[in-house]
Design a protein around this ligand. Structure first.
Ligand SMILES: [Zn+2]
Length: 238
């Protein structure tokens, strides 16, 4: 039994009994934390909105013998008001949260949480068209499941890369084309995101290549998780 402090993002919460809620937080230090916030449903709760989903928080928790820890203190580091004020950004943020919820394991620290906080910070300040696909691709890379994008994953050729085969794990040259067609622009974006030029990739305007990368990043993540991402398939545009 022990106290611990951790920082992370509230992914979701659900009610527990009459007055309490369970909050699920992706933290850098402890991996996924599930903890009870007592009395959070009371009108004059001392928690206020501090444990709402899509909030960057620092929490102190008590870990007892039970399955759930108990939140003893919570402080908002960032409420992401800029994201919440925009329906489309909010929808994008919830894709990131859903992916983190699937990938972050309980009591397993992971760099994915820092990546999540970084992506939410970018989304708060601006709204790069490639943000969500880039997060998905980099999350796959952290999982050791990034697609091969530098060379044909059948023969190693680095030119004439015209196709992308998700189940086969990467790009394909003209001779070994399988899966779907891939434009040169989309290939450039994939190589930038996975090859250390993320900043350049995020500065690219929306267009067909970004849409191509978004579609295949979503498919790759769903393939990796072996399930559909609900938030990715919720239309938000009015
Ligand atoms: Zn080939």
């Amino acid at each position: 039994m022990s106290h611990y402090r951790a920082e992370g993002v509230v992914l979701r919460s659900f009610r527990l009994g009459e007055a309490d809620r369970v909050v699920v937080v992706a933290t850098a230090e402890q991996g996924k934390v599930r903890a009870v916030a007592k009395g959070v449903r009371r009108t004059r709760s001392r928690w206020g909105g501090r444990l709402e989903p899509l909030t960057h928080v620092a929490v102190q928790c008590w870990r007892g013998r039970g399955e759930l820890d108990t939140v003893t203190q919570a402080q908002v580091l960032h409420p992401y008001l800029g994201i919440r004020a925009d329906l489309e950004r909010t929808a994008k943020a919830f894709v990131l949260l859903e992916v983190a919820d699937q990938l972050v394991q309980e009591r397993h620290p992971t760099p994915l949480v820092a990546s999540l906080v970084g992506a939410l910070g970018v989304l708060e300040a601006e709204d790069p068209p490639l943000l969500v696909p880039a997060f998905l691709l980099r999350a796959l890379a952290l999982e050791g499941a990034a697609p091969q994008v530098a060379a044909c994953n059948e023969c190693g050729a680095t030119d004439q890369l015209v196709a992308f085969d998700g189940p086969a794990g990467g790009v394909r040259c003209r001779a070994h084309a399988s899966g779907r067609g891939l434009s040169g622009e989309a290939l450039g974006l994939l190589q930038a995101v996975l090859g250390g030029q993320l900043r350049w990739a995020l500065a690219q305007p929306a267009g067909p290549a970004v849409a191509e990368v978004a579609e295949l990043a979503g498919e790759l993540m769903e393939q990796h998780l072996d399930r559909r991402l609900r938030s990715l398939r919720t239309p938000v545009r009015p």
